[in-house]
Ligand binder design. Structure first.
Ligand code: GLA
Length: 391
């Protein structure tokens, strides 16, 4: 039985009615890391690993949730929504934010499950938040557009779950388009789609299978370090609002000698924004080789200057870069574990997979998981009968 059929069966078993179905994908990011909360650029895409939700209305004000993969339930009321420190918070947070914004969904049932590996840095939480907001918007005809919904997801994560993440993950999951990357300006939220013309090249994720406990605290520290760089520079350039307004010349002049740590953090961000712009130009020119080199540069910056990598991610990139047919590799997402993203020529895919699996094991004692990704549409309704978007 496929996952959607299982979710439907579980829904009908528990609630004796028929649900609507929403597919909400995880994301990859080709380049532009730790730039979103600095009002910079990112280049993500939605992937063919997703959270699937079966959702239906209730006539009372209760919320009944079933996490199919974990076989856990949550029962609560719309009138008493507070964090419970479990997966339910990603859903409750969205409901709380909808209500804070003046929208009133009724009670509902939800069974969800998914194919996004948890803890691999592929944004399963953003996918769940988006999927829930999208489903409630459909179910209760709230009339919200996608941008409003994804901003609600971010607020749910920031204010309810308590993770001060940027907008990239929600944006990519909600706005993804099959076969395209999205260039997002995280200052204005302007965005455009660029076709990924990568004939014969596959996007391959290598999961380090580590997730260091540092991830949240260090993420917040990096945010604070970037903000303090901006604060120092404001003394010299009062018009500056974020690292988006900062140049390497400013950093060299005012931070390099006086505050080397803040200098390295800020310089990484300024350079990563430039790498992304150069990367978009390379993609437009079909120059995947040049794009791949920028990915290596991004990893180097994340590892040495921004210091959000870990030995396992560095080893995965190091193994990859010495393999024939690998065009680029770098750590992806927040860091301290999760996956690397690699651009690999199709003909070497099998050889690459066996080699990196064996060598990673030899060098770290750990197993890696390899995921080959397709770029798919963002959050959408599906019909379980056809697997297609209805209407
Ligand atoms: C995590 C956050 C994103 C972004 C990345 C780093 O995935 O959720 O908002 O900051 O880290 O690019």
């Amino acid at each position: 039985m496929d996952l959607l059929t299982q979710l439907t069966a579980s829904y009908q078993d528990a609630f004796h009615t028929s649900p609507i179905h929403v597919c909400s994908p995880g994301r990859v990011n080709l380049i532009g890391e730790h730039t979103d909360y600095n009002e910079g650029f990112v280049l993500p895409a939605a992937i063919d690993k997703a959270i699937y939700l079966a959702v239906g209305p209730r006539s009372d004000r209760q919320i009944h949730l079933i996490a199919h993969d974990l076989q856990e339930t949550y029962v609560g009321s719309l009138d008493d929504i507070k964090p419970v420190q479990t997966w339910a918070d990603y859903i409750l947070g969205v409901v709380a934010q909808l209500r804070l914004a003046g929208h009133e969904p009724g009670g509902f049932n939800c069974v969800f499950g998914g194919t996004i590996p948890i803890g691999a840095g592929l944004s399963s939480s953003a996918a769940l938040e988006n999927g829930m907001g999208f489903a409630l918007n459909e179910l209760y005809q709230l009339g919200l557009d996608r941008i409003t919904l994804l901003k609600l997801s971010q607020r749910a994560e920031n204010d309810f779950v308590g993770a001060k993440v940027g907008i990239m993950d929600m944006f990519a999951s909600m706005m993804g388009r099959a076969g395209h990357v999205i260039k997002i300006d995280c200052r204005s939220l302007d965005y455009s789609y660029a076709p990924l013309r990568m004939d014969g090249i596959r996007i391959v994720l290598c999961d380090s299978r580590v997730q260091h406990s540092l991830v949240t605290s260090e993420y917040n520290t990096r945010r604070a370090e970037c903000e303090s760089g901006v604060e120092i520079l404001k003394n010299f350039y009062p018009e500056i609002r974020s690292l988006r307004d900062v140049t390497m010349a400013m950093l060299d002049l005012h931070l390099r000698d006086t505050n080397p740590l803040i200098y390295r953090r800020c310089a990484y961000v300024v350079q990563e924004n430039q790498r992304l712009l150069d990367g978009v130009t390379a993609l437009e020119a079909d120059d995947i080789r040049a794009f791949g080199q920028l990915m290596y540069g991004s990893h180097e910056g994340l590892s040495k200057w921004y210091e959000v990598s870990c030995p396992e991610l560095d080893i995965l990139v190091d193994i990859a870069r010495h393999q024939p047919g690998v065009l680029g590799a770098r750590m992806m997402g927040g860091g301290f574990g999760g996956c690397t993203i690699n651009l690999i020529r199709e003909e070497v895919l099998d050889a690459f997979t066996s080699l990196i699996t064996a060598e990673y094991k030899a060098r770290t004692g750990k197993d890696t998981y390899i995921h080959v990704c397709k770029i798919e549409d963002g959050t959408h309704l599906i019909s379980p009968a056809t697997g297609h978007i209805p209407g």
